[in-house]
Write a protein that binds this ligand. Sequence first.
Ligand code: NCD
Length: 362
Amino acid sequence: MKSLIDITDFSVKEIDELLNTALDIIAHPKKYSKKCKGKILATLFYEPSTRTRLSFESAMHELGGSVIGFSSADSSSASKGESFADTAKVISNYAHVIAMRTPIEGAPLVASLNASIPVINAGDGGHLHPTQTLADLLTIKREKGRLNNLTVGFCGDLKYGRTVHSLISAFSRYENINIVLISPKELKLPSYVKHDVLEKNNMPYEETTDLENSLPKLDVLYMTRVQQERFADKDEYEKLKNSYILTKEKFEKAKKDTIILHPLPRVNEISVKLDEDERACYFKQVANGKYVRMALILKLLTLAKDKTKCTLNKEGLIYNQHKCTNPKCITKTEQELDNVCKPSKTDGDVLRCVYCDKKVNK
Ligand code: NCD
């Protein structure tokens, strides 16, 4: 059995297969309309969502399956204090696959270790969002014709933007990718991505605050919203919320074939006037998200025929010697969960929490 918690849970070959299945679904939807007959998807959403939850639900319906679930923590037993481990064990009796979104970083991993059905991470706090990455990759493949040889600019909230973390991880396994990180200094990419993904894989990258002067070199511009809900200090959010606003005039500096992506929702970081520009691909991303989630559900249900439960890859892990310091980590809320850490990939002296990737104080 396989779950999708981190995009690197799938090899590049497996991702290519998923993208190809999505393309086949787009070309021959009828062929897939009964593939999940009798199967149930559970959408466990403890955090707001429009696209991710509804695209998962629409995907399962289009495959002929059905859907159960909840769309806020208040309407689940989490509000009574139920753990993610128990919830995962319970839902395993009602459904064949789980898609889960939560503000708690590492919770989908814990769910996957306790469920007897596949778990899909549909976003865990400011950490990871691998299925948005599948939508992003499919869009780039369709619009640019390739996933290699690209200069990709990420702009906005690179600290809390979980879609950014997962897409950079995915790109670390393709050839000749240059990354331009455009953010205010307060919202820079976290070290677990910078050191353990970019530097570990020798990926060329630069950090800048300047969007306009970065535009001419980009093949893909990935805009993000400042993630209001992740800020402990609301004044800090107010100060940073208008850091980047892409307008038609500014985008004139870009190449004729630079595409604009955005995981959405948009607040004000892309002018609606740009929507009519054929290089604005964020609504195409939405469409692609549904097809690639259909491909993912199919793949995970096929792999679930092997009932072996998901486990942590035990190599190099250190148990219960150091506590994770991230207040949003699952180790802070889940009952009797071992604190587990792993050495950083670039500096063996640095230890990272296995659930949320944040540094652990020694
Ligand atoms: C993103 C998310 O939830 O992380 N949205 C999405 O899933 N398409 C981006 C965001 O909320 O800004």
